[in-house]
Design a protein around this ligand. Sequence first.
Ligand SMILES: [Zn+2]
Length: 248
Amino acid sequence: VKVTVLGAGDAFASRGYFQAAYIIETDGKRILMEAGPALLTAMKRAKFPPADLDLVLISHLHGDHFGGLPFLILEYMWESPRRTTLTIAGPRHLEHRTWAMFRSMYPRMERTQRENVARKLKFVVLEPRNIARLAGFKVSTIRTPHTRPDVSLGLRIDAGKKSIAFSGDTGWTEDLLLLSERSNLFLCECTYFESEHLDFHLNYPLIARERPRFKTDRFVLTHLGREVLDRKNEVRIEMAYDGMKIEL
Ligand SMILES: [Zn+2]
């Protein structure tokens, strides 16, 4: 199982890091986890053909996590039409908001064109604390304290014999321990260092304090904000970067 970090940045693309996107490869299949606005740029630079995706997972409905979906749809309309159906799974309202975004961005696109591509996309709602089987993978979820009333998810994907857990965007919750238990990789958001917005984001001192309680083989910080990137020298946990490849 190979994980490629396409975007390790926060919503502000701090220090030029791309916003959230990850590719998980296993058994000849590719999962895209998160779709930040620079998705197509990041995918094409890293030579991942957008046509070769088998599953898309979205943690929550903020632009830095799903704002790239209209461009993926545009790509499927014009540049690389899909032959097979692509499952796009995430919290409720994902389908509606994605198409609302698309129509705002390309209002004059013919309805028939939209309908043609929509036929090749299957949106699936992921409920928190649930297990779904998608494209042959087991996907488990928790609800993270980040958005209300919208649902934000933490995700866990069992791919082959490996488990990858991802915090999504989140304030502190003990459920993160559960989500990542006995995982091979835990990707944990680390938006802040000195700032405390702990009801909807994590900061480095809190993560460093709680780190020993996590039972995971490899703990990697991601969704890195300006404060964390500026104080890299003080960070004692592995940090993600754009283009990072993690072999499991
Ligand atoms: Zn975010």
